[in-house]
Design a binder for this molecule. Structure first.
Ligand code: ADP
Ligand code: MG
Length: 235
């Protein structure tokens, strides 16, 4: 079964008197356990598409199925529960909570969304912090970390709920190239370990080659699908 299935998906934003057609008919099927990148210039519709797949917004037309559920049928509350159970998010600005430590930031979704008991929580958080190489920073606050370190914490936070799918919108936009490659490498390692699908949007052509499947977007449409052989050392 497809993890994600989109059928003739359209999204038009209404901005005052003007209609902005952001997606103009997207058909897409994505299997579980993949590493996929949407690329395309600013304004091509990448964020809009990720928001639909992430159940943060609904299409104007067409169907969006994630893990077999038709997200157009979810109300606000069931959508929130569905996201908490199935999807992790990684953002361009990291979006860590400044008053919480590294440990508490990773713990947060487990308390808020999934109600995981304390002993299980602790093990999962410490395991993930170890995997992203942030164990020794666990008591620091976000302001004390570099951009790359923040994004590693955000990766741990996205994975702590053991989601089927992680969505990352321009996750490397605020990182230097060396750090960007390391962060992408870490996502690959996590994909291999947990069989989680990663979907990221980027307009950085340099990191495009890091994805298994590259979908090019232009003006609200997918105009090219390209498969890359992935055979790289994670460092
Ligand atoms: P990308 O992420 O590829 O830069 P977006 O999905 O953000 O593209 O935007 C696609 C188009 O939709 C752009 O023309 C953008 O200006 C427009 N758009 C995005 N969000 C909104 C919104 N909330 N209201 C009106 N127009 C929007
Ligand atoms: Mg965007």
């Amino acid at each position: 079964m497809s993890l994600i299935l989109l059928e003739n998906v359209k999204k038009t934003y209404i901005s005052g008197e003007i209609n902005v057609p952001a997606l103009r008919g997207i058909d897409l099927s994505i299997n579980p356990g993949k590493f996929i990148s949407f690329v395309g210039p600013s304004g091509s519709g990448k964020t809009t598409l990720l928001n639909l797949i992430g159940c943060l917004d609904k299409p104007s037309d067409g169907r969006v199925l994630v893990a077999g559920s038709d997200i157009t049928r979810l109300n606000r509350q069931t959508a929130a529960k569905f996201r908490g159970d199935n999807i992790g998010f990684i953002f361009q600005n990291f979006n860590l909570i400044p008053v919480l430590t590294v440990y508490e930031n990773v713990e947060y979704p487990l308390i808020m969304v999934q109600n995981v008991p304390a002993d299980k929580r602790k093990k999962r958080i410490l395991d993930l912090l170890e995997k992203v190489g942030m164990s020794d920073q666990k008591d620091k606050f976000p302001a004390q970390l570099s951009g790359g370190q923040k994004q590693r914490v955000a990766i741990a936070r996205a994975l702590v709920t053991e989601p089927k799918l992680v969505l990352a919108d321009e996750p490397t936009a605020n990182l230097d190239h060396h750090t960007a490659y390391k962060v992408i490498g870490l996502m690959h390692a996590m994909q291999a370990e947990f069989d989680t699908s990663f979907i990221f949007a980027t307009h950085d052509p340099k990191i495009v080659g890091e994805a298994e499947i590259v979908l090019t977007m232009e003006d609200g449409l997918i105009t090219k699908t390209q498969e890359n052989p992935i055979n790289r050392e994670v460092n």
